[in-house]
Design a protein around this ligand. Sequence first.
Ligand SMILES: NC(=O)c1ccc[n+]([C@@H]2O[C@H](COP(=O)([O-])OP(=O)(O)OC[C@H]3O[C@@H](n4cnc5c(N)ncnc54)[C@H](O)[C@@H]3O)[C@@H](O)[C@H]2O)c1
Length: 351
Amino acid sequence: MKTLAIIGCGRIAKNAHFPALSKIEDVRIKYACDLIPEKAEALKKDYPIIENIITDYKVALADPEVDAVYVLTPNYAHYTVTMDAIKAGKHVFCEKPITVNYALSCEMAEAANNAGKILNIGVCNRYHKSVEMLEEMNREGKFGTLYHIYCSFRSFRSIPGLGGAFTTKSQSGGGVLIDWGIHFLDLILYILGNAKLKNLTCNAYSEMAKDMKEYKYTGMWAEDTADIENGTNDVDDFITGFIRTDKASISFNGAWAQNIAKNEMFIDFCGDKGGARLTYGGKFEFYDGSTLKTEAPEYDIPDMYEREDRDFLSSIESGVKNRNHIDNILESAKLLDRLYASAEAEKELEV
Ligand SMILES: NC(=O)c1ccc[n+]([C@@H]2O[C@H](COP(=O)([O-])OP(=O)(O)OC[C@H]3O[C@@H](n4cnc5c(N)ncnc54)[C@H](O)[C@@H]3O)[C@@H](O)[C@H]2O)c1
């Protein structure tokens, strides 16, 4: 039996981790913590497994019964809450991105490793069935030489919480690249077999809501955190770049918003023997270069969050670092940092 405290009871808690954890036997959720207690109380109605509602996460950290905490707060709080939890002797699952920059990410990894505690990061796509299958196909040589990967994470109107934490760089670390790009680029590095970065170039744009009051939208995700009147928008809403790794090159475009009324969320894997297009969050098609046939494998897609949470809990038990251990995610954090640095310097950078 593992005793947990969940810190941050917003969207990812409600939509992903509570549904997942409630399916796992041998889990006790002793605390649900949110600065806004109504959010934790609303969750308790759906998940009576929650034993106590608190607003100060330090109460949970001081409880010797708590084995591990989930840090499901906005990006700006990941570092502080995680470091406090490690100091208190807890294992930690922290949502993606690790934190707002690479230097602080490294400090978090060092602290966890020095304390002998597991620290996992919620790059959940590493547990997506399609991603696992593509990773295995690459290891088995089905693509031949995988020489280039292209990905698009572009949407028509999806700037979240305009003017709030999402669009304030000091709180979020960035815009569409750190929020969506992390998922795409991390799963690419993973499928390539933990590819190491060589050099890269990137351009970032913040064009669509320069004047926040003039931004036209049909719906806004995380609108409860928006502050269009008085807030800040200093992050990328469009991003493009090119990355060389020791395995393959990668190019990408991402848009939280663009004046192209299409949502294009996919990854193309180009190999000399075969290729694949992965529809993000869904299935892939494989294109065989020798038969010129298209294969669309049939398979079920189990809940990736449940698989991610189960693996975190078993990692705590065994002490074995699994695929989402922070040590295995730092290259992705470094990638985001260098891409933003390249965009700022307006030139190609060695990594
Ligand atoms: N893995 C994924 O696919 C995925 C998807 C969405 C969000 N996320 C990540 O999850 C994190 C949370 O995102 P969200 O959309 O759930 O945000 P949210 O704003 O809906 O929820 C965050 C909650 O944390 C609470 N909070 C903030 N500081 C706190 C503190 N010190 N103590 C206790 N509670 C605190 C807030 O009151 C809020 O209720 C972000 O880092 C985001 O990048 C990951």
